[in-house]
Write a protein of this length. Structure first.
Lengths: 233, 401
């Protein structure tokens, strides 16, 4: 496995803007992530970790260098091809939950399945299974407004894993939660990583959260400063 | 995929019921206005055609004067004489029947019931020219016409108001102070553009001339053209005959005029059709405004739902799917608006038609066109906001507050 990483960045740069006002966010990132790893990405604001996450999430393309996802050169794909890649292999969890308002938990979770063209029954079964996995099955018909922050983030995680993705990208998933909820979410992510084999990439500011990861990548000034083994390695 | 998109559209509309309703209100009002106007307009056209045909099919109306009315200044053109009637009957080919007409108005009285009505003085040929049958009783006998006997045939309105449920046949009523015997009741014709057609008393022309008008003039001659002959040809020879009889020198204008009822019918239905089209066009502008309303709200909706679009893009929606979602949403909205509008138009037309005394005619074509037009508005005005949504960058969209 070690010689066949699921994600591989080689000399990745990212430049925003043009000419004298151009800003180089990434100055040449080299990074390999193994299948099944739990990676925490840390670093101060402006260190390039969000930009890297956007590229890893196939939401953005590098200005230079190569990004291989499962051996495919993502930097050469167009917008829609990247969307299909996200649909097939990636799941997203955001700091701000980003659930559709006035929409039940189940409908939120079913959303990625709609784009996969699954039928009603399959959507229901898979959606309920995902909600069960995050412990929210009884809450399936509640809208985000009727759920606590921790519950909303669980729904978001259910939405991210309902398609059984290879990689789960979490952008400060505990940033809006108190420490007790945060630990619950981290335990859930750890469980998904260990028992469902999902590779987890997580951006976090908090060392306590990063401690749940197996690998911790430190960013600084647009470069990978160092890669540590996490507490649970 | 389209099925999915339609589900999403309905969900989105369902989430914002009031806003969706307000968005589509323009379309609802527009479609309802257009369809109601055109439906009522068609009804009016049909009513006009119906009334004209009640004047008798292929009937030429000969009146003194030029055009409508009796002309402007100058001496009043003379009425016709009984000899004109005979001449038309004997000298023209293609004439099915000829009937003279003099009009008077007055109060009819029977056992304390008063009714103000119109008196027609004519002959029994009137029934044939107008194709207006006597429902009960009989027409005038030749000797009654000859002598101008005080007999009358009454219209249904007069019958109802004077005799209620009693049988009027053989009864004597008073009309303008003279006694006359009811010998017949005309079949019901109903409301026409010229008022209640059944509000009439028909009497022998000689009687009306002697007792009411005081001369032997005939103010109008109705000529029914045989179906086998061309109305225009008969009209031309009628005009020629009348010029000759009225001694009009070549080069001078007629002092009489001939109306072809079919021509009047065509003119009037043409007018109502044009009016319908104009009113319909004005209403169509409101549809356009409704479309702009949809675009406006859809643009606001795209801005407001930027984050939602970001989520959809992040979880793997391709640009085309987001475009389709918003486009279908606009189309579903405008189609729903169209349907509600059609329903409203149906109710309004059924309610208003009797007030305007026009028949309610459901026009499938108009309804279909209005619906398709509202759908097209959804496409046209939904496309721009949808394209804007689809072009959003997922990263920026997710960050949008």
């Amino acid at each position: 496995m070690a010689d066949n990483p699921i994600i591989s960045l080689r000399g990745v740069t990212k430049i925003y803007g043009e000419g004298p006002t151009a800003f180089q966010a990434l100055k040449g990132i080299d990074l390999d992530i193994e299948q099944g790893d739990f990676v925490a990405v840390m670093g101060p604001s402006g260190s390039g970790k969000s930009t890297t996450m956007n590229i890893l999430g196939c939401l953005d393309v590098p200005s230079g260098g190569a990004f291989l996802f499962k051996g495919r050169h993502v930097e050469a794909l167009d917008r829609d091809q990247r969307a299909l890649l996200r649909r097939r292999y990636l799941g997203f969890v955001f700091q701000g939950f980003n659930l559709l308002s006035r929409t039940t938990a189940l409908e939120n979770v079913e959303l990625p399945l709609l784009y996969r063209g699954e039928d009603k029954k399959t959507r229901y079964d898979m959606g309920m299974a995902a909600l069960d996995k995050v412990g929210l099955k009884p809450w399936w018909d509640h809208t985000p407004a009727e759920l606590s922050g921790g519950q909303q983030q669980r729904v978001a995680i259910a939405r991210a894993i309902v398609t059984q993705p290879d990689v789960l990208l979490a952008d400060e998933p505990t940033g809006n939660l108190d420490s007790e909820r945060s630990i619950e979410i981290m335990e859930l992510l750890t469980d998904l990583n260990r028992n469902s084999g999902i590779t987890v990439l997580m951006v976090t500011h908090e060392p306590d959260m990063a401690a749940f990861a197996r690998t911790i990548v430190h960013f600084k000034d647009g470069l990978v400063e160092r890669v540590d083994a996490g507490a649970s390695a | 995929m389209l099925g999915t998109t339609i589900i999403l559209a309905f969900r989105a509309i369902n989430r914002h019921k009031l806003r969706s309703f307000l968005t589509t209100l323009g379309i609802i009002i527009g479609v309802a206005a257009v369809v109601t106007m055109v439906t009522l307009g068609n009804g009016a056209t049909a009513a006009v055609r119906e009334q004209i045909s009640s004047l008798g099919a292929n009937v030429l109306q000969l009146r003194p004067g030029q055009g409508f009315g009796r002309g402007g200044g100058g001496p009043r053109p003379p009425d016709f004489k009984e000899a004109d009637l005979t001449a038309i009957q004997n000298q023209l080919t293609g004439v099915r029947a000829v009937a003279p007409l003099v009009q008077s108005s007055g109060t009819a009285i029977y056992e304390g019931n008063n009714w103000s009505t119109t008196v027609y003085g004519t002959t029994s040929a009137y029934s044939e020219v107008q194709q207006w049958k006597v429902a009960d009783g009989r027409l005038f006998m030749p000797e009654e016409e000859e002598a101008g006997k005080p007999v009358c045939i009454i219209g249904n309105t007069v019958r109802t108001n004077l005799f209620q449920n009693n049988d009027p046949l053989g009864k004597r009523m008073r009309i303008k102070g003279v006694s006359c015997q009811v010998i017949g009741v005309l079949s019901t014709r109903g409301q026409g553009g010229f008022g209640d057609q059944d509000d009439v008393v028909v009497m022998p022309i000689r009687f009306v001339q002697r007792r009411f008008t005081g001369d032997r003039d005939v103010s109008q001659i109705m000529v029914a053209v045989d179906d086998a002959y061309d109305t225009a040809t008969v009209q031309a020879s009628l005009e020629e005959l009348m010029r000759e009889r009225r001694k009009i020198k070549p080069g001078t204008e007629d002092n009489f005029n001939v109306f072809d009822t079919k021509q009047i019918s065509d003119t009037l239905t043409g007018t109502t059709t044009i009016l319908t089209q104009i009113v319909g066009a004005v209403a169509a502008i409101s549809l356009l405004v409704g479309g702009i309303g949809i675009m406006n709200i859809m643009l606001v909706s795209v801005t407001e739902r930027t984050r939602e679009i970001g989520i959809r893009l992040a979880i793997g929606a391709v640009a085309r799917e987001v475009l389709m979602q918003f486009l279908v949403e606009a189309i579903v909205l405008s189609c729903l608006g169209g349907l509600i509008g059609l329903l409203l138009a149906l109710v309004a037309s059924i309610a208003i038609a009797p007030l305007m005394q026009v028949p309610f005619l459901f026009d499938v074509k108009v309804n279909l066109i209005a619906f398709l037009f509202s759908a097209a508005i959804g496409v046209v005005f939904g496309y721009f906001p949808a394209r804007r949504a689809a072009a959003l960058n997922p990263i920026d969209a997710l960050r949008h507050e």
